[in-house]
Design a binder for this molecule. Structure first.
Ligand SMILES: [Zn+2]
Length: 280
């Protein structure tokens, strides 16, 4: 479900008043603190202007986080990126080259090097990268696989780390909001396992739950947290938020109806198959 940007502003206020030190991914990998920290990350998958609005709010509260931009038209907006960087936030590369190369690992590695070099030539230095996830990863594999295929890749492109692979998930609690928006589950605080070792994700399925969870994090002391928030779902304008909420509800209902139809069709198929088997 879409959310109002003012709700995020309230969270920033709480973060700023808390005892936690907030890290960008780059700072975290460099300093490696032992506890009492939150790594704050944003994947910019769409609507870069919403990322800029979020960055402005964080800046007003003295918070610095990492914004990972996909390298695709309409998202990789150089002007927006430079504005966010000028506030002291980290800019990272949200790569998806395995996806773009339809699972071809050697090609994906080459494209990764090409894209990161292009970004640097524009004048945006990249110190950390973060894999984009999509439905296609079930077919082509996780984008992080390029680092497992080419073990020298990190060195070759001169980065200090990858936002999944270089984090010890056994020692940080990873909270992300993606499930809130994709409606893939109704389980409260479902723990989601991915391919990487020790990767455990706390992904609440409603906005209220994610805020309750972040609230709990902030009122605790000395924990180790990694929070990922997607700016495209935080909308400033009230009228737009209402429209998006209605649109999201309608598409959810349509998806439910399609699933129902599919189930009916499957049932009919099974019935038909059983008839064929039992008929002489
Ligand atoms: Zn993404």
């Amino acid at each position: 479900m879409y959310n109002s940007l003012s709700m995020y502003e309230r969270i920033c206020g709480k973060i700023a008043r808390s005892n936690y030190k907030i890290y960008t991914v780059e700072q975290f990998l460099k300093e490696n603190p032992s506890c009492g920290f939150i790594i704050l990350r944003h994947d910019v998958d769409a609507y870069p202007l919403r990322a800029l609005e979020m960055a402005n709010i964080e800046h007003a509260y003295g918070i610095k986080s990492t914004y990972y931009f996909r390298y695709i038209p309409n998202v990789f907006n150089v002007e927006v990126i430079k504005s966010i960087k000028s506030m002291g936030h980290e800019i990272g590369y949200h790569y998806e080259t395995l996806n773009k190369c339809k699972g071809n690992l050697p090609e994906a590695v080459k494209l990764f090097e090409k894209e990161i070099n292009e970004i640097r030539r524009i004048g945006i230095d990249i110190k950390t990268v973060c894999a984009h996830g999509s439905e296609n990863q079930k077919v082509y594999g996780l984008n992080t696989n390029i680092f497992k295929y080419d073990l020298q890749l990190e060195k070759k492109v001169n980065i200090i780390g990858e936002a999944y692979l270089n984090i010890d998930f056994a020692n940080v609690k990873y909270i992300t909001d993606w499930k809130v928006y994709t409606h893939t589950s109704n389980l409260l605080y479902e723990v989601f396992q991915r391919g990487e070792e020790n990767y455990v994700e706390y992904s609440p399925s409603t906005v209220t739950e994610i805020y309750q969870l972040i609230d709990r994090v902030l009122s605790s002391y000395g924990g180790r947290f990694y929070i990922s928030i997607h700016p495209q779902y935080y909308i400033k304008e009230r009228y737009l938020l209402t429209i998006m909420k209605i649109r999201s509800k309608v598409s959810k209902e349509i998806a439910k109806w399609i699933n129902f139809k599919k189930m009916c069709y499957k049932k009919r198929e099974i019935k038909y198959a059983l008839c064929c088997v039992t008929e002489p």
